[in-house]
Ligand binder design. Structure first.
Ligand SMILES: CC(C)(COP(=O)(O)OP(=O)(O)OC[C@H]1O[C@@H](n2cnc3c(N)ncnc32)[C@H](O)[C@@H]1OP(=O)(O)O)[C@@H](O)C(=O)NCCC(=O)NCCS
Length: 158
């Protein structure tokens, strides 16, 4: 049977939070663990939308903190699917601070791998991905490379 496919835009998620006192660490900045929780949540929503069901986070492949955030900052997270395997999906989450003019400054970029699971938590197949432009094609190629590196890491134990 031919594999059903979806577009990147079908599952894209944009979520906005405001940094409140309970999100800060002792140094008065946004606590990194809080941001990671938001990133994981957004990635999970992208995975649920693409796969039409439950997902679990298998790994965080890469997570880069570029700048800090502070009380009252508006934090915008944009999640998009970049690559799919048979049951797994790679999701990129970009995080920005948005000022009152609507201008966004990038503060974090992360790549996560989600696995679609059935009611018994067993991996289940996901739809394929239709790539619509060059940047989606470039992300797909990078996803293939990351998958290759994960396999190598698993085999060689580094
Ligand atoms: C993720 C999990 C379901 C994979 O189970 P598994 O028995 O290894 O399943 P498989 O070997 O059949 O792999 C299934 C898919 O997951 C991928 N995968 C497995 N472990 C992975 C890892 N650490 N990182 C990235 N992908 C992984 C495989 O490459 C495969 O992808 P594909 O179908 O697209 O080729 C299992 O390891 C698990 O339940 N982990 C705990 C997840 C969890 O609790 N997360 C935190 C809370 S959400």
């Amino acid at each position: 049977m031919e594999r059903n496919t979806k577009k990147v835009s079908d599952s894209m998620v944009e979520q906005v939070f405001q940094v409140r006192p309970e999100h800060l660490n002792g140094a008065g900045r946004l606590f990194g663990g809080q941001l990671m929780a938001w990133i994981d949540e957004v990635a999970g929503l992208v995975g649920i939308r693409h796969s039409n069901g439950d997902v679990i986070t298998a790994s965080v492949d890469n997570l880069k903190f570029m700048r800090g955030a502070y009380l009252k900052d508006l934090i915008v997270l944009v999640g998009r699917i970049t690559y799919v395997g048979h049951t797994s999906m790679d999701v990129r989450v970009d995080t920005y601070i948005e000022d009152h003019r609507g201008i966004r400054r990038s503060i974090n970029r992360a790549y996560l791998t989600l696995v679609a699971v059935d009611e018994n938590d067993k991996p289940r197949p996901v739809p394929g991905l239709t790539l619509e432009n060059e940047s989606e094609q470039a992300e797909w190629l990078a996803g293939e490379k990351r998958r290759e590196l994960r396999g190598q890491r698993r085999k060689e134990g580094f």
